[in-house]
Design a protein around this ligand. Structure first.
Ligand SMILES: Nc1ncnc2c1ncn2[C@@H]1O[C@H](COP(=O)(O)OP(=O)(O)O)[C@@H](O)[C@H]1O
Ligand SMILES: [Mg+2]
Length: 380
C-alpha cells in the first residue's frame, strides 16, 4: 500500500462524520441516521463504504454512489472510495417505514396510529391551479410556477390531480415512479419539485376509468399515504371544470388558495369564471388570475394578441382579485413541456420565464398570508 509517509490516515469515525450530511435523495435524511451505512472498511488510504438501499433496483443508485464518494474523497489521506450497494433487510425496511409513518400519524380511535392528511394545518401553503376548461395552460403554469417557487429556496411538492389528462410527470421531467417502502410512498423529484401523479399508477396510452367514490379515495390517498415531508408549497394541478374531483379536493384541502388560469378570449373568461365561483362556493380563497397565451412576439419584436386581449384583467376585476401575470405564447415553453425541461430552467431570461418568476414572487411576498397579530408579544 503506497501512501505518503507520515501523512494522516482516515479512520472510521472521520468517515462516518463525513457521511452524516449525506442525505438519501428520496427520504431527505442523513444516510447515517437512517442506518443505511452498513460498513466502513479502511485499508490504508482506500475506503470502502457499504450502503444498504431501501428497495432493490433503487432508481437513485448512481446518485447515492456519487454523494458518498464526494463526501469521503476530500478527507485527509483518502486515495480511493469504493461504494458497495446492498439492500435493507425486510425487518430494517419495516422499521424505516414505521419511522416515516410516525411523522404524520396521530393516535386513532382504537389507539393505533391513524394516517392524517398533513395539509389541514398551516405549515404548507396549498395553491390550487384551476380553470374552466382544458388546454388553457393549467399544467404548464403548475409545472413552471412550482419550479419558480423552488428556485426561490422553497421546498415544493406538486399533485397532478388531473386524473384523466395527467401531464405533470412529463412536463417536470420526472421519468420514474415513486419508491414505495412498505405502504409509504416517496414522491420522485426533479427540478426541485416532488410530484405525485395518477400518471405513475396508470399507463400513458391507456384510458383511466375512475368512478366518483374511487377517485375520491385515490385523491385522499395521494394526500395521506405519500410522505410529503412538510413542504412550504403544495401546488395542485386541478382537473378542468367544476366536477367531482374539484369538490373532493376542496374538501381535502380546505386551506387551498385558488389561482384561475384563463386565456384572453372573452369566451374562455366566462368559462373560467364558473371555476372561480365554484371555489368561492366551497369557501376556498381566490388568490388571483393568471392569463396565459396572452401574446406572441414576432421576430419584428411586436406582440401579436392572437387570442384577443384583456380576458385576464376583466376576470380579475370581476372576481376582485389581482391579475398575477400574463404569460406570452412561446414555442420554447411547449417544447420544454414536451421534453421535461421547464422553460424557467432552460430559458430563464425568456419573457414567459420572467412572468413566472414575478408571479412566484408576488405569491411569496405580497400575497403571503398576513402574520397573525399577537398583542401579547408587543414590547412596551
Ligand atoms: N404560454 C404558452 N406558450 C406555448 N405553449 C403553451 C403555453 N401554455 C401552454 N402551452 C401548450 O399548450 C398545450 C396545453 O397546455 P396545458 O398546460 O397542457 O393545458 P391544460 O393543463 O390547461 O390542459 C400544451 O401543449 C402546452 O405545452
Ligand atoms: Mg393539464
Amino acid at each position: 500500500m503506497s501512501r505518503c509517509p507520515g501523512g494522516p490516515l482516515p479512520n472510521e469515525a472521520d468517515v462516518l462524520e463525513a457521511l452524516r450530511p449525506v442525505e438519501d435523495p428520496e427520504i431527505h435524511k442523513s444516510i447515517v441516521d437512517l442506518d443505511m451505512v452498513k460498513e466502513v472498511a479502511i485499508d490504508g488510504s482506500a475506503v470502502k463504504v457499504t450502503v444498504a438501499l431501501t428497495v432493490p433496483g433503487c432508481p437513485l443508485k448512481a446518485e447515492i454512489t456519487k454523494r458518498v464518494t464526494d463526501a469521503v474523497s476530500p478527507l485527509d489521506g483518502v486515495s480511493s472510495v469504493d461504494v458497495d450497494l446492498t439492500v435493507m433487510s425486510d425487518e430494517q425496511r419495516e422499521g424505516l417505514a414505521e419511522q416515516l409513518r410516525s411523522e404524520h400519524t396521530t393516535a386513532g380511535a382504537d389507539g393505533q396510529p391513524a394516517r392524517v392528511n398533513p395539509f389541514t394545518d398551516a405549515r404548507t401553503r396549498v395553491l390550487a391551479i384551476a380553470s374552466g376548461k382544458g388546454g388553457v395552460g393549467k399544467s404548464s403554469v403548475s409545472a413552471n410556477l412550482s419550479v419558480a417557487l423552488a428556485q426561490r429556496g422553497h421546498q415544493v411538492a406538486a399533485v397532478d390531480a388531473d386524473v384523466w389528462g395527467f401531464s405533470m410527470p412529463r412536463m417536470l421531467g420526472i421519468d420514474r415512479p415513486p419508491v414505495v417502502i412498505d405502504d409509504v410512498i416517496l414522491p420522485p423529484e426533479a427540478n426541485g419539485v416532488s410530484l405525485i401523479s395518477m400518471g405513475f399508477f396508470a399507463r400513458e396510452d391507456q384510458p383511466v376509468v375512475w368512478r366518483g367514490p374511487m377517485l375520491h379515495k385515490a385523491l385522499e390517498q395521494f394526500l395521506t399515504d405519500v410522505r410529503w415531508d412538510e413542504p412550504d408549497f403544495l401546488v395542485v394541478d386541478m382537473p378542468p371544470g367544476t366536477g367531482d374531483i374539484a369538490l373532493s379536493m376542496a374538501q381535502f384541502l380546505p386551506r387551498a388558495e385558488v389561482i384561475i388560469v384563463t386565456t384572453p378570449q372573452p369566451a374562455a373568461q366566462r368559462v373560467a369564471q364558473r371555476a372561480a365561483y365554484m371555489a368561492q362556493k366551497v369557501n376556498l380563497e381566490l388568490l388571483g388570475v393568471i392569463e396565459n397565451m396572452s401574446w406572441f412576439r414576432g421576430d419584428d419584436g411586436k406582440a401579436y394578441e392572437l387570442f384577443g386581449a384583456h380576458g385576464g384583467r376583466l376576470l380579475a376585476e370581476q372576481l376582485e382579485v389581482p391579475l398575477l401575470g400574463q404569460i406570452p405564447l412561446v414555442p420554447e415553453l411547449r417544447i420544454g413541456a414536451d421534453e421535461g425541461h421547464p422553460i424557467v430552467v432552460t430559458n430563464p431570461d425568456d419573457e414567459a420565464s420572467q412572468a413566472f418568476f414575478r408571479i412566484a414572487e408576488q405569491i411569496d411576498v405580497e400575497l403571503a398570508p398576513r402574520k397573525i397579530y399577537r398583542p401579547e408579544l408587543k414590547i412596551i
